[in-house]
Design a protein around this ligand. Sequence first.
Ligand SMILES: NC(=O)c1ccc[n+]([C@@H]2O[C@H](COP(=O)([O-])OP(=O)(O)OC[C@H]3O[C@@H](n4cnc5c(N)ncnc54)[C@H](O)[C@@H]3O)[C@@H](O)[C@H]2O)c1
Ligand SMILES: O=c1ccn([C@@H]2O[C@H](COP(=O)(O)OP(=O)(O)O[C@H]3O[C@H](CO)[C@@H](O)[C@H](O)[C@H]3O)[C@@H](O)[C@H]2O)c(=O)[nH]1
Length: 335
Amino acid sequence: MFSEAPMADPRPVLIAGGAGYIGSHVALALADAGRPVVILDDLSTGRQALVPEGAVFVRGDMGDRALVRRLLAEHGCSGVMMFAGSIIVSESFREPLPYWRNNAGSGLAFVETCVEAGIRHFVYSSTAAVYGTPDTLPISESAALRPISPYGRSKLAVEWALSDICETAPTRFAALRYFNVAGADHRGRSGQVSPVATHLIKIAVEAALGRREGMAIYGDDYPTADGTCIRDYIHVTDLAEAHVLALAHLERGGESLIANCGYGHGFSVREVIDVVRRVSGRDFPVHSSERRRGDPPALVADSGLLKAKLGWVARRDDLELMVRSALEWEAKQQP
Ligand SMILES: NC(=O)c1ccc[n+]([C@@H]2O[C@H](COP(=O)([O-])OP(=O)(O)OC[C@H]3O[C@@H](n4cnc5c(N)ncnc54)[C@H](O)[C@@H]3O)[C@@H](O)[C@H]2O)c1
Ligand SMILES: O=c1ccn([C@@H]2O[C@H](COP(=O)(O)OP(=O)(O)O[C@H]3O[C@H](CO)[C@@H](O)[C@H](O)[C@H]3O)[C@@H](O)[C@H]2O)c(=O)[nH]1
């Protein structure tokens, strides 16, 4: 079991985007460890119902400097986590400006406000999308950074800003580069809620539950064994534990770090769909369609650094478990 022992620093953590999918799981993990959390979220894609019981919730924009300043001071926050952002790769090609405005513009304003307020510990949601199409697998943190989408570039911009700013400020940061996040809280308190589903597992689960006719595979002519894209799916609860460990590392005086979060092996789109069919016991129509812009053929993490530096352990490296929890969560949602 992951320790739910109280954390060393008792002061609250401000979580921007804590009413979203990943942020709410991290808020739950911190709350389970007895750490007070203050959640700032504009509810553009998140849901207030995902906020842990007893947590402070404020609806607002992470780019609202006066609001962020007030929240940090009023609650005496010692650390922040930044999940807030716009996350759909394909949408970022159609609407690059809102992606840059939100992820980079509001994101940088949030970083600046936190640094100016004297926040020492900053945990940032980065992404495998910073690598673009990698030369080799698994991908280590030293691989070339060549994002191929406005989403990936806008996320990398803030990672770079943090690296530069933390060179001279007393703030230290952890940028966790997530691969594909999946699954739901085992106590059913949170899961994916995106108003419009775009993620593979959510779409396949909706199809299995009869909430959509079927689904498309975006490209079956990639240079992979079955022609479909390969991704490294990480259970959201394992990812949440990585955040708690990253914050504890910074609070112990640890250096800033950038670390991949994944399991080191991948599944193809077809394999994921087969697991959803098997676990749900339901068949649904699947057809091949055009490639989707911005999709690299394969992304698999080397997460040795996360294990070595933070003592992170992959406890839920099981695609069936991720799919089962996603199915259970989805079944409870209003269609
Ligand atoms: N889901 C994945 O597989 C994945 C993979 C890699 C990285 N990430 C990163 O993880 C983070 C969280 O992603 P998620 O999957 O939980 O998405 P999500 O959409 O569920 O969560 C984002 C949250 O931020 C809020 N938000 C957006 N813009 C805001 C703003 N300007 N001010 C305040 N709140 C705002 C939304 O309402 C939502 O609650 C993102 O930064 C994303 O780039 C996600
Ligand atoms: O209906 C669908 C949906 C997806 N896919 C494919 O499934 C794979 C995974 O797609 P998706 O679940 O949408 O995730 P990604 O586009 O890989 O992006 C996620 O994972 C990235 C890290 O790898 C994060 O940066 C992003 O925020 C997050 O949305 C891709 O090959 C898609 O083309 C399909 O074939 N059909």
